[in-house]
Design a binder for this molecule. Structure first.
Ligand SMILES: *[C@@H]1O[C@H](CO)[C@@H](O)[C@H](O)[C@H]1NC(C)=O
Ligand SMILES: *[C@@H]1O[C@H](CO)[C@@H](O)[C@H](O)[C@H]1NC(C)=O
Length: 359
């Protein structure tokens, strides 16, 4: 009896001991497991802190400069929206994403620290009287051979190096002519008879659009450096002014092979607008009459600033790889420069540039 009890107790004891042992084993295993986990975790835990400050720093940096980031994003967005939407045609879109929005042209350094008119004028006049590229095939007043003495020498370059010659041959050339009514149109007629699609813009004609001849259209539109103020436009029914970029978009044109412009002193602000809005890239050759007897419409500043501004506009063209290939000093016009008799300059020059990116 006693023996049995003892044996039973012993058995339970051993059982308990076994259970205890098992429990202990489980415990050590668990703790070992935990320690192992905590040993592998300390890695990340230790590693995280340096990571986290970094992330925090990064986040903080993002938070600190949200305006900068947002501005860039918004600007890109609005640019894509404003240029992609009306552009419609593939050609416009192809170039535009590369162009940041611009509000001012880049002014060139002064010609001289003295900022004198003489130094500015000397630099400017030297620039406009010297060709930058030789064109072995100059054609004056369109494509006909007979040269009419009375007309101005509107000159294009038909050298095979540049696209115009090929575009004329394949009858895919387009000419825009901007004027104010008092010019002859020999250039336009001969470009049209030579195979170009010619659009004349002149606010003085009686009806909105006239099909003057085969491939020659006349539009009652005046090209300006801004779109009309909607508050002013309605009562001036006969004059409709638009920016060239707007006209191109409305006509669905993405390129102009020749842009001829005689804008009677509005050329500076129009040229500035074409540069700022990235329209120059859509032009193959530019034939421009410039007027130097006064600063021009909405050009302000003292005389040396005005000449520096004119010069800077032409340097912008040069920066866009437009090369001057023809320059003509008009001796029939008064020989005055900003109301002065200076360096024997004329008040009027005709200049032709070729966009050397169009080959
Ligand atoms: C013209 O104005 C500019 C600043 O707009 C100035 O730096 C320059 O000296 C002035 N030139 C003359 C000749 O007064
Ligand atoms: C002024 O320019 C004209 C045309 O370029 C030239 O014939 C004339 O000799 C020049 N006069 C002077 C004084 O340089």
């Amino acid at each position: 009896m006693l023996r049995r009890e003892v044996r039973l107790r012993w058995r339970t004891c051993t059982l308990r001991l076994l259970a205890l042992c098992l429990a202990a084993l489980l415990c050590t295993h668990l703790s070992a497991e935990l320690r192992r986990k905590s040993l592998t975790q300390p890695g990340p835990i230790v590693k995280v802190p340096p990571k986290e400050p970094g992330v925090e720093l990064y986040n903080r940096r993002i938070e600190e400069v949200p305006s900068k980031r947002q501005v860039i994003y918004v600007r890109r967005n609005s640019k894509a929206a404003s240029q992609g939407r009306p552009g419609g045609s593939t050609g416009v879109r192809r170039r535009d994403p590369l162009q940041p929005a611009r509000w001012y042209i880049d002014l060139q350094p002064w010609a001289d620290p003295s900022h004198s008119l003489e130094d500015e004028a000397r630099r400017f006049l030297h620039y406009i009287t010297k060709s930058q590229i030789a064109c072995p095939h100059l054609v004056t007043n369109g494509l006909t051979d007979h040269y009419v003495d009375s007309v101005k020498p509107w000159t294009v370059c038909l050298d095979n190096k540049f696209s115009l010659a090929h575009q004329i041959r394949s009858k895919q050339c387009r000419v825009y002519s901007l004027g104010l009514g008092d010019d002859d149109n020999i250039f336009e007629f001969s470009m049209a008879s030579g195979g170009c699609e010619v659009h004349r813009f002149d606010p003085s004609i009686p009806s909105p659009h006239i099909h003057e001849a085969e491939r020659l259209w006349h539009h009652r539109l005046s090209v300006d450096w801004r779109d009309p103020n909607p508050a002013i436009a309605p009562h001036r029914l006969h004059s409709n002014t638009k920016k060239l970029k707007t006209i191109l978009n409305e006509f669905g044109h993405w390129k102009i092979d020749v842009l001829k412009a005689d804008m009677e002193s509005a050329e500076w602000k129009i040229l500035e607008n074409l540069i700022l809005e990235g329209v120059m890239e859509q032009i193959g050759q530019l034939v421009l009459e410039i007027h130097l007897h006064w600063p021009g419409f909405e050009v302000s500043g003292n005389d040396s600033s005005v000449v520096r501004y004119w010069y800077s506009l032409f340097k912008e063209l040069e920066h866009k790889d437009f090369k001057l290939f023809f320059t003509y000093k008009d001796l029939t016009k008064p020989q005055i420069f900003l109301k002065k008799d200076l360096f024997n300059a004329s008040s009027c020059y005709i200049l032709s540039w070729v966009n050397t990116r169009w080959t």
